[in-house]
Ligand binder design. Sequence first.
Ligand code: G4P
Length: 544
Amino acid sequence: MKCFAGWILLAIFAVHFFIMKLSEEIQRRRTFAIVSHPDAGKTTLTEKFLLFGGAINVAGAVKSNKIRKTATSDFMEIEKQRGISVATSVMGFEYGEKKINILDTPGHQDFAEDTFRTLTAADSVIIVIDAAKGVEAQTRKLMNVCRMRKTPVMVFVNKMDRPALDPFELLDEIEQELEIHVHPLSWPVGMGSDFRGVYNRYDRTFRSFSGINKQIIGELVEYRDLTDEQFQKHIGPHAERLQEDLELIDGVYPGFVQKEYLEGDTAPLFFGSALNNFGVRDILDCFIQVAPSPGPVQTEDRLIDPLENKFSGFVFKIHANMDPNHRDRIAFIKIVSGKFERNKGYIHVRTGRQMKFSSPTSFMAEKKSIISEAYPGDIVGVHDTGNFKIGDAVTEGEKIQFNGIPSFSPELFRYVENADPMKFKQLARGLDQLMDEGVAQLFVSAANGRKIIGTVGALQFDVIQYRLQHEYGARCRYEQLPMHKACWIETGDTVKLKDFRLRKYQQLATDKEGREVYMAESPYALQMAQEKFPEITFHFNSEF
Ligand code: G4P
């Protein structure tokens, strides 16, 4: 009897210990994405975070995954660069007590869909804005996705060492264009060649800018007392303006409320120059204090808490192997709950298949290594022979379907045709797998049954053609389809739906899941359809 009680006590102790450890690991994780319009400085800031985190020693060590402005015909270059992005898909490092996971996103606009999907795995986001250019097109689109998901956002206004817009104007522009309140936690003094540094409103310290250390972290001269003689000398004619500015922003932006940030209503904002390692520590230090650790995730049936003892995770990205002789891929799984263990039996929910991962990889800075365990917030890369699709759930047995891995309305469309009658099967299989990977979206026209590929960037059409040929031995041909947008339609009014179908028959299609999609020829046609059929909702992403 005594022995039995002893076993029970031991079991309770073990469960308690497991939960304590799990909670500790979750609390210390920060999984986020850095995003920007191309050239605003996302890659530079990412690299500087790694530098400050001690994950690399010298700036320039991590290669950008950005697909540079190559000629679109230079496929090998695209492929080479895509190859680089496998290694830099996730960059983990330890900073203080925290485990940081930066999710990398492609810099090229044509791969925006990839970025949107990566955001579904990020617990928060840092948006980089070029101080001279302000809010740019891509930033707006990315913010729309963050707003839709209520993702907490921080803003880094970069390149203050260059002539920049007036900081107050910038704040107004960001608030209006990104439709979010901002809260400046640092304030710049001067700009361009006259840039003197930033006042950190979070810890009430001024850090002066010297602009000499680009490669390594130099010593910073800091002033806590703004009446200090040395400080006054350093900022010279800016002293009065700083005082006035600070009074004004203290009035307009009183205290920083973390809850507003966590709910996605207010974005803390920092000024700096990533290239000069300036302002980087300010945002990083604040980030690790206020940014969220992995939280609960909604599935179709219930909310999953990261503290649940059973493992669950979802695939948010699939990356094809660059070697044409091996058609295997890497699937990236974001861990949502419990502890992930190497070689443990898990279920791939969509197919019901048992799976064991013998060599799951984690990514620390630019190094890949096999791990034996991982926790919520972590990303593990697993070897995939073509089983996974974006959005797939992996669990210990529970049949769950995670919400919120949307497909976004494509903007470019082409009919796709088989160009080699002997390779029909290869083409179908290739297209299928590339769509599972999320390279583009496939629709079937209701009017003529032809297959349509929809993308957000022209480059994808070239990538698809190239990959079909090199990985699947299939050849395809495209035919232009001048459409403006595809939207998923929804209504409870069957009579109106019937009427809509009759009138818009030529523009209807189904997506890969068989859902009905309306392809508008122009913004005007879309507007007319919305006005004529108010009973129908036109969705611009598949997750509604
Ligand atoms: P991205 O990933 O957002 O596309 O931008 P990336 O970091 O590659 O930066 C784009 C360009 O802006 C780079 O110059 C980079 O050096 C520069 N840059 C980044 N941060 C700052 C900054 O704080 N101040 C200044 N003055 N420049 C900055 P490039 O000439 O295009 O590339 P590279 O040859 O320097 O790599």
